[in-house]
Design a protein around this ligand. Structure first.
Ligand code: ZN
Length: 287
């Protein structure tokens, strides 16, 4: 038992090209995060082509991973990728670092994904993956963008064993609905922006056992890394988010709740283990 509480980054695309095509920059970013107290990262997959990469990276960095097809990748996914996912989940059944089916969900923000045929295709990929999560006894990591009510409707029909609604930014009512279905809500850099009043109100008012923390790195930079369009035009580059930002994001959310950061770290770590029970069997550090 250590006295420094550990942070868990429940959503981090450490294999993304922004960290460098080779593994080395990702490993350096992960090492920086470890020095900041981030004991574990969950690396979700986005499409069949990166399933091997996320698994190998999680083994190299001593972290956890999820396997799935992200809604933004549904247009280029093939139907047989769903069968391949079933086979891959079966093949990795004994791998303790596989903790969820994800990242799956629905995206009704991107216009091309809102065309009727594509909505239908997204629905189908989402529902098949919910069924796979049930078959393989895994929770799910959900991508929610303008889609909370639709996601909830399918979840009620095909309830998996809980999971995480990642980058949650819905209403209090939608939050309660996800919690009622056994989900935790993922909060990250978006809550560090002062104008995000509704999200910050949720971050301060939701029950403490509802929350898990995430960076979604390299996406969703926190306020201190974010360059506005004007700043970018003036030559300031957009900062690249990384898992090392998690404790600072956590400190902002702790302050919103009037908590000590260590107490938020303890609570959100326990919540992450409740949402993704196999995390308890992941040994920290490279194998
Ligand atoms: Zn993601």
């Amino acid at each position: 038992m250590t006295c420094t509480p550990m942070w868990i980054d429940t959503h981090c695309h450490l294999d993304a090209a922004e960290f460098g095509a080779a593994h080395e920059p990702a490993l350096a970013a992960r090492e920086r995060a470890r020095r900041q107290g981030v004991g574990l990262c969950v690396i979700p997959a986005v499409e069949r082509a990166n399933w091997t990469a996320v698994r190998e990276l999680a083994h190299r960095t001593g972290d956890a991973y999820a396997l799935g097809i992200h809604p933004l990748y549904v247009p280029r996914a093939r139907d047989e990728d769903l069968d391949a996912l079933d086979a891959e989940l079966a093949a990795r059944r004994g791998d303790p670092r596989l903790v969820a089916v994800g990242e799956i969900g629905l995206d009704f923000f991107v216009p091309a994904l809102c065309e009727p045929a594509m909505r239908e295709r997204q629905d189908r990929f989402y529902r098949v993956q919910l069924r796979l999560a049930r078959r393989h006894g895994l929770p799910v990591i959900l991508h929610v963008r303008r889609s909370a009510d639709a996601l909830l409707r399918h979840l009620r029909e095909l309830p998996p064993g809980g999971g995480i609604a990642h980058a949650f930014s819905g209403s209090a009512e939608q939050a309660r609905a996800f919690l009622g279905l056994g989900f935790k809500l993922g909060l990250g850099g978006a809550a560090t922006f002062e104008p995000a009043r509704r999200l910050r109100a949720l971050a301060s008012e939701l029950p403490l056992d509802a929350l898990v923390l995430e960076t979604d790195a390299p996406d969703i930079p926190p306020q201190w890394l974010y360059a506005t369009a004007a700043e970018r035009a003036a030559g300031r580059p957009q900062g690249v988010n990384s898992p090392a930002e998690l404790p600072r994001i956590g400190a902002v959310i702790a302050a919103l709740r009037g908590l000590a950061p260590a107490d938020l770290a303890r609570a959100t770590t326990a919540n992450a283990l409740a949402a993704l029970p196999r995390l308890a069997g992941v040994e920290e550090g490279p194998a």
